[in-house]
Ligand binder design. Sequence first.
Ligand SMILES: [Fe+2]
Length: 721
Amino acid sequence: MQIRAYFEEWSRRPGERVRMAISTTRPEVRAELRRLITGPGAAGECRIGSEAVPGVPVITVAGRIQHSPVGSYARLPLGDGQADGRLSLSCAIWPTLPGKGPQTVWAIAHSGGTLKLVVANGRLSLTHDETLVTSDMPIMARNWYSVVTTVGPDGSALDVYLLKGHTRKREARNEGAGCTIGHPETLMLASTGADASRRAIDCYNGKIDSPRLYSSILSAGQCRELHLTGISKVPPSADWLIGGDWSSGMVKSLIPGVPDGELINGVERGVTGRNWDGRSDSFIETPAQYCALQFHEDDMVDADWSYDLDFTLPETLKSGVYAVKLSAGEETEHYPLFVMGAKTEGAPALFLASTNTYLAYANDHLAGLDFSAVMTHDMVVPHDEKLLFTDPEFGRSCYDTHSDGTPVRYSSRRRPIINVRPGHPNWLTGSYRHFPQDMYLVEWLERSGMGFHIATDEDLHCEGAALLDKYKVIVTSSHPEYWTRDGQDCLDRYLKSGGRLMYLGGNGFYWVTSHDPERPWIIEVRRDNSGTRCWDAPYGERTHVASLEQGGIWKTRGRGPHGLVGVGFASEGWSKGSGYQRLEASYGGPGATFFKGVNEELVGDFGHVLGGAVGDEVDRHDVSLGSPAHAHVLASSTPLGNEYQLVIEEQTLALPDQGGQHKPSQVRSDMIYFTTDNGGAIFSIGSMTFAGALAWNDFNNSIARITTNVLEAFTSELPAE
Ligand SMILES: [Fe+2]
């Protein structure tokens, strides 16, 4: 993969400026804006149908290699008021990989060198060019230690105290050589900084709670006081507000004359500290128990490259999915750009690209898991995707864990994203998933001749309800899984005021999601201890710092998808997909309008994705979970295999026989239609692979006919009930 790139903004309006950052080993790259007009075709075809865009010149730019910063750390300048000669530093640490090689817990740069507290091979050492003192306290992963370090010309000491749990050795005080400390200038946490390739040097993995600096040598008694109470009667010369400003990248200084500090490359806040006692699950209630910062050697939230490409979209450009096609030598890459409609313009339909889902899965490492029990096709991981496992500069997804096993809670679009490219294959379905699959829906809209616009989840977050009001019908992607509260509120209001929705996917409206308030290109996902999930929320750490929302699935917040779109997540699997059996409601009333021209009783037993309209993640209508009782259930999936298990959030006991063959009443997908107040209407199909069936046989099939009938009715007159 010789050309990597990303846009400054994923979504733009006509007339707006587009900037793109590129990294390549090639001497030059040719860049051309093209409109994407097709889906990827059959499995393995990886088609990228596009057309030229008049008015935007083809540009050739010089190639260069750009690196992304990897590894998080904090830089805390100490100001001019620090005393020379001697110091003490207290903090508590919760290391996650203490047995690894050297990791810098903290470092003080002073006029005579750098003093460092290092953890390596399960031991803490204080160093200044050479080791001054090593603690004989063994350091174990995921335990809290209070650590007080003192150093001056006459000697140094490392005073370590295990804060919780039972042990035979709770405290250790070791004394060693001293050194002359010049004027302390900066306290670095977790690393001394980045190297030439932007990697954090000797990055520490774990938490650091309440670092405080003192301009004197604390006595053994004063160290003990700090261990037991977390505070000292000796006033610190530098101290910071860690338990507050939860989403900020700055750390406020609490000492006059000491400047504020900065958090670099994804340091996490809102994490439990040394004194978290489990009384509350949120930093909102007990902020003093969340005075910790968390660091990872593989944090990567913003590639922070320089922009190579800079052009303006024509004022008359039609809304749609575009891509910049980058070519160099033999290689060609397409990176998608979503172009909205002009602000004053509307259209019959809006396709809402689920960029929150794209981000949650961006550069996921799921190929490292074993899904063979629920797949019936061979697992073929694309070559590009294998790079994710060797190159940390791609960053991780919210489906992954960090190298220390703690969850990845942030994902950014300001980095090259491998799986958000047209035609990119997916090993889990054996064909396509997410953005590449959504291009089937875009192709269907292109072919429909119906005017349509594109917008993204992020656009909805930024522009609010006014974005939706211009359209008669909103068409979702195949997997609109990650929604913010504001986004849900906008959609709910739109539907209640007469808007219409075609929910053409599966497992939608599921996870609580937030956008960073200062950097909306970053989403936050803190999962729960319920829901179909790839990791558990660490206890006490479910609250989003970006929005103060309690993380988890919307269903457990009383805002599940059943009440919004009539169906909700029921099961998932990746064996052969199935079709829908028509039900009585499809032959009469509004169902007859939608099924006009369809003679089959079984629809969708075909498709480019898993061979059926019903597959991957699927949803069912269930009045007991909030689905409207007045909905017309038009069709329901034919029996799914036992690879499809009932979702874990609907099971309270681990029992066998929870699969599609045993529980067809729960493990199924439903195609439904219902109306809302003021002429609103919703058509939901509850399956991720539906789009692949829509495109089957060049869009000449029963699924395409039904979906087009619905689109036509939703953009004109609804059928009589
Ligand atoms: Fe999903």
